[in-house]
Design a protein around this ligand. Structure first.
Ligand code: TGC
Ligand code: FAD
Length: 392
């Protein structure tokens, strides 16, 4: 792969809106991505292997539980810092950002927000340091966009809960130490259970043959009469709103992350277009190529402003789920469109692993589907503005 010469676009001087702490966090993450992700990611993506050796470094830059308080091992940062971390990591690869999103928003967040003090103390420091890796089991073979219809269930057996069912398309599943699993109790109410690797009847087969997120490990979570200790139930929230609350945090991170992928594609295409000569001129001098590049930077700038504003709302605890959906949907589509256009600017070289663009493009095909599909987020906005529910 080509050396990483990334220069971040900032057309509206959004830097001026960031604090010194935000910039420090971002610089540390950006440097780490250049040094650790860029040189190896193409090889791991081609091999379809997750680069496990990155876990320690991810923990060190604060990517695991950045907004979880320091007393539990988190970095105690604000929501804009969390967003900037996701942006920088996804600039390297969406699959590596996936691991950080899942660990922070889908595993540490529910333990912090819905768990008791004993659970927080037992699990959060290990997850923050990367000693343990978590996964989040909501999607099932028969229930993706409609998780409320899930079949995975548990029964109260006196001393323990007996868990049965299956989850699929689960990031980090093949190597997770712990899974936050959403399952229905005997009354049909959704609860979160902490299922640890090694519990009898719990298996995590890997999903192969993916053309997308190849450097991320995806798998199933299978529960065949797993005896889950009663102290592993998350006691402080139940109902579908509990997993959806975690998704709000992860979707917010993805809205930032997608900007990272888009910036990388734009920056690569701009540099290439200025260097590549055809008909005796750099291709950047042709109006058609300028149109593509000008539209890219416009869309990136709009997404940066949208996301920065969402982050300030989130810091004030005022960001609604629908506002988060709008940003996730807009920014991922923006990034995917930019990846497709950038790939064309590179011509034949656009399909080569010498450059990051095609990998970003393929990754973003998952990002536009997971954490709520593009259609589902449109319908969430539709519901919010009309008060009419297309899901019922
Ligand atoms: P609905 O009746 O609307 O709501 C049920 C209850 O949930 C509450 N609620 C929310 N709470 C917090 N945050 C949100 N975003 C919420 N949305 C809804 C709601 O108020 C209600 O509460 P209550 O107290 O009245 O019971 O639910 P519905 O069954 O009609 O479904 C709505 C819909 C379709 C929007 C929802 O199911 C949905 O978002 N579906 C998409 C599923 C999804 O996003 N799955 C993602 C799986 S995880 C993943 O993809 C990880 S990828 C990780 C990576 O690698 O980065
Ligand atoms: P479906 O729900 O079957 O949807 C198929 C199509 O129908 C979509 O286009 C959808 O938009 C459309 N559709 C569905 N309902 C409606 C409707 N009401 N109106 C209009 N159109 C509709 N899940 C987890 O729980 N944890 C994870 O860690 C995780 N990681 C993932 C990693 C990868 C690489 C991928 C690809 C997925 C991951 N997922 C995870 C699952 C992901 O969240 C689901 O794939 C997603 O929610 C969509 O569900 P589905 O694939 O079953 O599609």
């Amino acid at each position: 792969m080509k050396p990483d010469l990334f220069t971040a676009p900032d057309y509206y001087n959004i830097d001026a809106l960031l604090s010194d702490e935000h910039k420090l966090v971002r610089t540390a993450a950006r440097d780490w991505v250049k040094k650790e992700i860029s040189p190896i990611i193409e090889t791991y993506a081609q091999k379809a292997t997750f680069p496990k050796h990155l876990l320690k470094g991810l923990a060190e830059i604060g990517a695991f539980g950045s907004y979880i308080p320091q007393e539990y091992g988190g970095a105690g940062l604000d929501q804009i810092s969390y967003g900037l971390l996701m942006q920088e990591i996804e600039r390297g690869d969406s699959g590596i950002r996936s691991t950080a999103s899942v660990q922070s928003s889908l595993v540490m967040y529910p333990i912090f927000a819905y768990g008791n003090e004993a659970q927080r103390k037992k699990y959060l420091p290990k997850l923050a340091s990367g000693e343990w890796i978590g996964s989040f089991g909501l999607t099932e073979p028969n229930h993706g966009s409609n998780p409320g219809a899930m079949e995975t269930n548990f029964k109260d057996k006196g001393d323990y809960y007996l868990l049965n069912g299956a989850k699929m398309w689960i990031s980090n599943a093949p190597f997770c130490n712990i899974a936050v699993v959403w399952a229905k109790d005997e009354n049909g109410r959704i609860n979160g259970l902490l299922v640890e690797r090694g519990m009898e009847g719990f298996t995590t087969p890997e999903t192969h043959n993916k053309w997308s997120l190849r450097a991320s490990a995806t798998g199933e979570l299978i529960f065949d009469n797993v005896k889950v200790p009663k102290e592993n139930l998350l006691p402080n929230k139940s109902g579908l709103g509990a997993p959806l609350g975690c998704l709000d945090s992860a979707r917010y991170g993805i809205a930032w992350g997608a900007i990272g992928a888009a910036m990388d594609c734009y920056d690569t295409a701009l540099r290439y277009a200025k260097e590549r000569m055809q008909f005796g001129k750099p291709i950047a001098q042709f109006q058609l190529q300028q149109k593509k590049l000008a539209e890219m930077i416009t869309e990136i700038t709009k997404a940066q402003l949208l996301t920065w504003r969402l982050g300030t709302l989130k810091n004030e605890n005022k960001a609604s789920s629908a506002q988060i959906s709008m940003a996730k949907r807009n920014n991922v589509e923006m990034a995917l469109n930019i990846a497709r256009e950038a790939r064309q600017i590179l011509g034949g070289m656009g399909i080569s692993g010498e450059y990051s663009i095609m990998r970003h493009m393929m990754n973003l095909e998952s990002v536009i589907t997971y954490e709520g599909t593009h259609d589902i987020h449109l319908l969430i906005t539709g519901l919010d503005i009309t008060n009419l529910n297309a899901f019922k």
